[in-house]
Design a binder for this molecule. Structure first.
Ligand SMILES: CC(C)(COP(=O)(O)OP(=O)(O)OC[C@H]1O[C@@H](n2cnc3c(N)ncnc32)[C@H](O)[C@@H]1OP(=O)(O)O)[C@@H](O)C(=O)NCCC(=O)NCCS
Length: 178
């Protein structure tokens, strides 16, 4: 997807540029940050490939920059999901920028963009029950937990992850933002 830059009080969400990869790798190369991310900890090559893929009109991830420092601090996942007018969102932030409300601020702005500019009907997000920071963001932006899928995601070596499934509908977003 291509998006117009989205500006909030403290942040800008834009398209990736190839030279972003080094900053991105400062957190995608961190095993702790990537514990609950499908791809897991990335090598430099994997981060370069990730940024390259997402610098194109096939982008499914968008960097978040702190305006005051012109600093890339994380990225948002954002792409069409199964079903018409349905999108998935997600988030990954560098550890030193976590716990400051940035993911919530970026996610709220992305919801607004999606409902107002793309006429979205439904936006979904998933995470593991062991990742409260992530489902807390979902709850703070008005998403509802619709499901708890048990041992649905095979991680290899006989390990299965549970998954929480959250969503927000256009009518809920309009009601919350009237
Ligand atoms: C998930 C993540 C993006 C959240 O980013 P963030 O900028 O720190 O999020 P925010 O500051 O907007 O909000 C985080 C909320 O989670 C809460 N939280 C954080 N850790 C928590 C924990 N261990 N238990 C309970 N709540 C927790 C915070 O207190 C805050 O809620 P509050 O405002 O009610 O106090 C960040 O932790 C991250 O990058 N994690 C690693 C990548 C990841 O797991 N991504 C999600 C994959 S599904």
């Amino acid at each position: 997807m291509l998006i117009q830059p989205i500006e909030t009080q403290r942040l800008i969400i834009r398209q990736f540029e190839l030279q972003d990869w080094g900053t991105v790798h400062s957190y995608t190369g961190d095993a702790t940050v990537m514990t609950y991310i499908e791809e897991g900890q990335m090598s430099e090559t994997q981060t370069k490939q990730f940024v390259e893929k997402n610098s194109s009109n096939q982008a499914e991830a968008f960097p978040v920059l702190l305006k005051s420092q012109d600093q890339l601090i994380g990225h948002m996942i954002f792409h069409p999901w199964f079903g018409p007018l349905t999108y998935e969102i997600g988030w990954v932030f560098h550890p030193i920028y976590q716990g400051k409300g940035y993911a919530t601020e970026a996610a709220k702005a992305l919801l607004r963009y999606c409902f107002e500019n793309l006429q979205a009907h439904r936006i979904i997000a998933t995470c593991q029950p062991e990742n409260p920071a992530s489902y807390r963001v979902m709850e703070k932006i008005g998403m509802n937990r619709e499901g708890h899928f048990r041992k649905c995601n095979y991680r290899g070596k006989n390990i299965w992850w549970d998954e929480y499934f959250y969503a927000i509908l256009d009518e809920e977003w309009i009601r919350n933002n009237a």
